[in-house]
Each structure stands twice: as C-alpha cells, then as structure tokens.
Design a protein around this ligand. Structure first.
Ligand code: FAD
Ligand code: NAP
Length: 421
C-alpha cells in the first residue's frame, strides 16, 4: 500500500494496516511525504509551547520501525510522481495529504500586506521550509486575530505571551528573533458569533491566566449573557468553556505589559489599509466598528488543495466512507475536512483501513514494478536519513535546553539527511 502524506492520518493508517498482518499475510507500506521531514501538523502546526502533544511523534516512529514500512520523504506526489503512477504500482493508495491552505474570508482587503492566514503564520513560526521567508511584520502595536477556534487561540497566545517563555521550545529561530523584537502590545481575538458558539476549548482557556506579562480581558457581561441563553440540554463542553471564560473575566487585573482581549459577535466586513493593513471594519450587530490593526491573522479554517483533479465536496475530497475511486482511499483532514484533534485521525483511519483490507481480500495482489524505477531521478529521504535529521536537530536542541533546533531550509535538511554537512 502507498500512503501519501506523513501526518497523523498517514501514520495511523499504516498502524491500522500493520494490525491486520498475520503469519500468513504481511502488508508492505510505503509512506510518501513531500517535505524532507515527516509528522505533518505535529511538526508544523502544534504550538511550540505545547511540547507534550508532540510526544505522539514517538508513536509515529514506532510505527516506522516495522520491517515492512518504508519512508520516501522529499517526494511530492502530483509533482515528482503522479497519482496514476502510484495507483498502478500499488494494490491501494491512501491519500493523507491534509488541507493545507488557509480558508479565505472573501472580503475586501484580505490581500493587503501583513494580513496572513493561520496556514501561513503558524507554518512560519513552526519552521515549515515553504514559509520561512514570509515577511511577517511585528513592529506595530495591535494584532487582530479573526476566528474563535483553537488555532486562533494558539496564534493570539503566541503573539501575547512573553517571548522568553518560547526560548526553550522548538519554535523556529527566526520567529523567536522576530517575537523578541515584537512591539505588539494588544491582541484582539475576534469571534463572529457570541461566546457560547466559540469552538476553542476549556483547557486552552485555563492556560491563559498563567501568561505572566499579559492581562486577558473578557467581558463578564458577555459571558453571563451567553450563560443565560444556554438551554438546559447544552453540551457539557460549552458550559465548561463559558465557565473557564467567566473565571478569566472575573480576574482582577494588575498593570501588565500586554493585553489579550476577546471580542464576540463581531463580523469582519473589510480589511483596510494603504498597501499594508491599518484597520479592520467589523459589523457588531449594533453598528460598524473600526479597529486599528498593524497585523491581521485569519484563523478561520483550512481548505483542501483542488489541484489533485479529484472531486471536492466542501473542504475535503468527495469520498464514500474513505473510498474515492478504484483503489484510491482518503483519510484524515483530506477525508473529513479540517476539524478534529490528532487522536480523531486514529479511529477514523482505522475505519477506512478496515474497509480497504476487506476490499483487498477480494482482489489478487498486484504484480508491481519496483517503485525505485519511478524514483530514479529523485532524491527521496528514507527512514534512516530522516532519523539523521531528527537526531541532528535534537542534538542541537540539547546544547541550549530545547527539544530541538529545527533546520530551516530543504537544502539544509537534505544535506544532513545525506550526510553532506
Ligand atoms: P496533516 O497533519 O496536515 O498531514 C498531511 C501531510 O501530507 C503533511 O505532512 C504534508 O506535508 C503531506 N502532503 C501534502 N501534500 C502532499 C503531496 N502532494 N505529496 C506528499 N505529501 C504531501 N491537534 C491536537 O490534538 N492538539 C493540538 O495541539 C493541535 N494543534 C493544532 C494546531 C494547528 C495550527 C492545526 C492546524 C491543527 C492542530 N491540531 C491539533 C489538529 C491536528 O494537527 C490534525 O488533526 C492532524 O494533523 C490532521 O492530520 P492529517 O494527517 O490529516 O493532516
Ligand atoms: P475551528 O475550530 O473550526 O474554528 C474556526 C473558527 O473560524 C470558528 O470560530 C469559526 O466561527 C470561524 N470562522 C469561520 N469562517 C469565518 C468567517 N468567514 N469569518 C469569521 N470567522 C469565521 O478550526 P481551527 O481553529 O482551524 O482548528 C481546527 C481543528 O484543529 C479543530 O478541531 C481544533 O480543535 C484542532 N486544534 C486543536 C488544538 C488543541 O487541541 N490545542 C489546537 C489547534 C487546533 P463559526 O463557529 O462562527 O463558524
């Protein structure tokens, strides 16, 4: 089986297939990843100040230890190899390519300089090599983050926190330098609906009072209004969220360096500026408000890459319980759209692979030509070469009490992988 995309859904699919192996039948898994480094959003999405979440990478490495598992990183399917080539060379192909682009607001001004999607901004601070050169300007005072999910929360927290708290993380070096110089003093997190509809979660809210340099400001009136509107059968997590927000709203504030303000019921209508963002116009329900902004980050969800030539439904590939067509399957965010935590992809991938396994038992195994022929002119990074990158980064991190120091460019990664540095 070929899996395309080495994020959580790709690894959990490999693990699910491994679980069907027996003395009689073994399954070979080839995992293709476009970057020189695997782990998907566990490396390039999860916030640097949340290191425990990244420990799931140990599970991924264990899955890779299986003798029937091979990694082909630094190979972009669709560019270096076609999907058709994979389909005709493997019994089954599983797409686990995620939803890489930021959803657009579709309002005027979104293309102004210093207005970024979370797909760009998060990839930048996490050292994704395709985003390391973004010209993110933190020299202004006010940042506006649009969206009320956990990604908006990550972005707002990182902008509002004391950068010294990021020094011992795996944040990219250039982002740490920029955050140290940052002049941002006031971060607005702007939700288009009222507080009971926020999709960020209580554990993330409960971290906020620990921000030593930052006053977190939430209107208790807004939260009490939301609590009054709740029906008796409201879901537990909504109540937990409102309680966590109320606890923050009731904190007394001593003078702190920075503020993180939550604003609810503000619908973005226009981003204004002269070449570069200067303000955001919101409809507050009671009229329009204009908020000054030197940086805007939209954290309103993600979109599937439409260039695969596959049918798209909403923000994922059209599929029937994971089957796209013939021997092509899909898992993870590319299957369901961009929602769900890392663990959601485990159960979801297991369901799809169970179906794939049953489909395979009805067919004769393909007589495949060696995949190496297709890779002849490429420079794939195999498992031991990736582990060389991993060890190199971790060893550099140990020198400065960090989990790792990420390599910045594809070239640096390839050089370390191939032992040329
Ligand atoms: P991805 O993780 O996006 O993996 C897709 C992989 O496919 C990538 O490695 C990509 O490079 C590769 N790929 C894409 N195109 C190609 C191609 N053409 N050829 C080869 N490879 C390709 N969940 C939590 O539980 N805790 C958190 O703290 C958390 N934080 C998050 C923070 C952010 C900013 C985001 C966006 C999500 C976060 N999540 C978190 C959710 C979690 O990351 C997702 O549920 C999960 O990563 C989805 O897995 P996936 O494998 O479908 O996609
Ligand atoms: P999300 O939870 O779906 O939140 C998206 C937010 O964007 C919602 O508040 C939504 O508001 C808003 N939005 C959408 N379109 C908008 C528009 N046109 N204008 C204004 N606002 C708009 O998505 P996410 O934050 O990208 O997170 C993706 C997934 O990753 C989630 O499942 C999340 O839990 C997970 N994740 C988890 C963690 C963690 O566990 N710590 C961290 C990060 C991400 P409406 O509700 O009004 O549509």
């Amino acid at each position: 089986m070929a899996i395309v995309g080495a994020g959580p859904a790709g690894y959990f699919s490999a693990q699910a297939l491994q679980s069907f192996s027996s003395e009689k039948t073994t399954f070979k898994v080839d995992l293709f990843e476009k970057l020189p480094t695997p782990w998907g959003l566990v490396r390039s999405g999860v916030a640097p100040d949340h290191p425990k979440i990244k420990s799931v990478s140990k599970v991924f490495e264990k899955i890779s230890d299986d003798p029937n598992f091979r990694l082909f990183a630094n190979v972009e399917v669709g560019q270096d190899l076609s999907l058709e080539e994979l389909k005709s060379n493997y019994d089954a192909v599983v797409l686990a390519v995620g939803t890489p682009s930021g959803k657009k607001l579709g309002i005027p001004g979104e293309n102004l300089a210093n207005c970024w999607s979370s797909a760009e901004f998060v990839s930048w601070y996490n050292g994704h090599p395709e985003y390391s050169k973004l010209n993110i300007d933190l020299s202004g005072k006010r940042a506006v983050v649009i969206g009320a999910g956990n990604v908006a929360m990550d972005v707002a927290r990182l902008l509002a926190m004391n950068s010294s708290n990021l020094e011992n993380t795996d944040i990219s070096d250039y982002a740490l330098d920029e955050l140290k110089k940052s002049q941002i003093k006031n971060v607005w997190l702007c939700a288009r609906r009222t507080a009971e509809f926020a999709s960020f979660t209580a554990p993330e809210l409960r971290e906020l009072p620990e921000l030593e340099d930052t006053s977190v400001i939430i209107s208790s009136k807004e939260i009490e209004g939301a609590m009054d509107r709740l029906h008796s059968d409201a879901e537990r997590h909504v109540r937990a969220n409102l309680e966590a927000m109320h606890a923050i709203a009731c904190l007394s504030h001593r003078e702190k360096n920075k503020t993180l303000e939550f604003h609810f019921g503000v619908v973005p209508k226009e981003i204004r500026g002269n070449g570069k963002v200067e303000s955001v116009l919101f409809d507050s329900g009671q009229g329009e408000i204009v908020v000054e902004a030197d940086l805007v980050v939209t954290a309103i969800g993600y979109e599937i890459d439409s260039e695969w030539g596959l049918r798209v439904e909403g923000n994922h590939f059209e599929n029937s319980d994971g089957l796209i067509e013939d021997n092509l399957y899909v898992v993870g965010w590319a299957k369901r759209g961009p929602t769900g935590v890392i663990g959601t992809n485990k159960s979801d991938s297991a369901e799809v692979i169970k179906r794939l396994f049953l489909d395979l038992t009805k067919k004769d195994p393909k007589q495949v030509q060696g995949i190496h022929k297709l890779l002849e002119n490429l420079s794939p990074i195999n498992l031991s070469e990736w582990r060389r990158i991993n060890e190199f980064e971790v060893a550099n991190g140990m020198k400065s009490n960090r989990p790792r120091v990420k390599l910045m460019t594809t070239k640096e990664m390839v050089d370390v992988a191939k032992g040329q540095s």
